[in-house]
Ligand binder design. Sequence first.
Ligand code: PEP
Ligand code: MG
Length: 797
Amino acid sequence: MIQKEVKKDSSNDKPDLIKWFSEIGKNSGSVAGGKGANLGEMYNFKVPVPPGFVITAQAYDYFIENSGLKEKIKNLLNKINYEDTQQLNDVTEKIRELIVESKFPKEMEEEILEAYESLGAEDLSSVQGSALDILNNAQEPIFVAVRSSATTEDLAEASFAGQQDSFLNVKGNQELLVYIRKCFASLFTSRATYYRNKQGFRDVQASLAVVVQKMIDSTKSGVIFSKDPSYKDDNVIMEAVWGLGEGIVSGQITPDKYVVSKDLKILDIKIADKKIALTRDSSGGKSVVKLREEKSKQQVLTNSEVIKLANISLELEDHYKKPQDIEFAIEGDEVYIVQTRPITTIEKRVAVGSGKITGEVILEGLAASPGIASGVVKIIKDLKDLPKIKQGDVLVTKMTNPDMVVSMQKSAAIVTDDGGLTAHAAIVSREMGIPAVVGTGDATEKLKEGEIITVDGSNGKIYKGKVSEDKKKKVEQVTAKTKTSIKLMVDLPSFAKRASETGIKSVGLTRMEDIISESGKHPNYFIEKNNAKEYEEIIFDGVNQIAKYFDQIWVRTSDIRSDEFANLEGAPKETEANPMLGFHGIRFSLKNPKILKAELNALRRVSESGKDVGIILPQVILVDEVKKVKEILKEIKFNDAKLGVMIETPAAVQIINQLCEEGIDFISFGTNDLTQYMLAVDRGNEKVQDLYDEMHPAVLYQLEYVIRVCKRKNVKTSICGQAGSKKEMVKFLVERGIDSISVNADVAQEITNYVKEIEENMVKGTDKEPRKYTPKENSEEIIPIKGIEKLKNKKNE
Ligand code: PEP
Ligand code: MG
């Protein structure tokens, strides 16, 4: 790309009027404005931006000074009564006219036109052919975009972002000069002038740079998010259409969608039926072209273009240290980056365009439960504050715990300081269908008791005041039939009916913990009072209430982390240093056999009422744990119990072969914990949630391995971690032949349809077909179970 030297005129104090992109960078805002500085920064960072130059903010000043406009504008502004809207409109219109109709000082005009010509000449370097071709091309001036580039960031942000004009498809000397002046004039809209006056900026104290950039005659174009803007995962999301990109932004065309992982693997391609393309005609106007069917359904980007663009987007993200929203255009074989900005800005644009929320964002966190709701903030610092919560309030707390469930049900929305997407608040609010944002860091400090806020649980944003109608995510009926069975996660008896509205008849996970905490008492309480029977009744009632809406229910024995349940009556007093690694799950149950027996008895009774009951054991790390549970099942004569194991510790993965050989009916992946334990990332600590990734190859490898072994051993495989409601994970698991997937009721329909689509796309005889395994007798496994046996023997010696 040729970049020209700026002519420096040292004979007088004329400032630099023109700067090429090569001469500016991120610190050039006062010269090139924000947009110009950004383009310079990208150019110098070797990002393929379309070539161009900037008419500096000092050139604007020079123009105003030397064309006699300064005094005229000043006099006009002095006359304005700023509260008289009509007068403000009239006077500012007059100023704009004055600017557009004035001539540039001769030397300024020459510099601009010379730069424009150089830009066109650069284009010639790519023209091949006869001298006549070159001459013909030379006669034709090039199309440029002429864009305002504001210098004062605050001003730009607060008052007239997007207000100054930009013009596309400008061609020819006279047109260029007029449009540059039109950009300058756009500093004087009535709104911007009013705002400047309010801010104490009198006269003409604002200035503006103008970017002149070659228009790319796009054969293809689109947008890239260097990180999924919903922050569901870290994948790069890309959309592309034929022709100009405006079709995407305006929503006129359904674009192709590409998902690329951070390590540049294409994970998903959805080819849309684009139907039309927007193109530029020779006069610079836009025309709509109807596409032939073949072209309409053809993939827009080649795979190598997808990878190249994803790579550029990640480099930009790395460079700017923030996820980027990028616009690109492809002309022939050349890929150009037309614009990049942090994703938040663009989210606003998308939000406005799709009729979502506009308003002042006062806090952000993780989008934990979809939907939008407004209400009065009630800050819960202590459990004794809970009665403050009235129907329709917004519950704001450091971290929810199970004894808040009743108050959570009354809340319109939930906001927490701590936690990730698999934390209690997230799990429970999803089941209740209550919008929630978790892991904000400091909601309990930043939000004020009694103020009204709007919580957008789909985007993780909290707005000041009521800025939207409430929108609840509805549970939709599932009709698609899939080979992979779809089950539900249901923990709360009072929400079982809601979940059953999906029409799904199987529950793949009921956690007992919320049933227990609704009683207000820790299981220890009942044992101390020698009243295991009452505990059994509580569990039986709770599970039964859920089971009555379904045919099949898999219930997990209790998994009570000491930090979450410390407030229950009878809970152990001592604080565990590492509750995640502490005394909970099957290790707790086996040391408290009366509690476990009560739970299993409750499940036996549910089973005897005619339901297909499965028992899931949490936090298993030893075959022995399964053996001991089997003994208890025998003892209580729960003979037809279906027994399953949560695969949620690395140990369970390592001994999967032996677990299968011991005799289990199914396994269920607890990806919430498996991810935590594989990656050594605390799932409840919001500071490390950016690292918490169920799609991490280390986790995927475990899943793939376990499915393979279980298939060989005829043990059914399932997932009940939160990742089962995520499409990328669903795709991964279905393609590997998982037997069932448990999802939240609110995404059941979407995930079922997706599973169907994946299944239909699995072509026989290709590597997309799920692998088939023939069970082999005495197959060798690499897993070093012997080490464990040895250790155990040593202990026994
Ligand atoms: C899991 O770990 O994935 C799981 C389902 O269990 P919980 O979220 O209750 O730990
Ligand atoms: Mg778990």
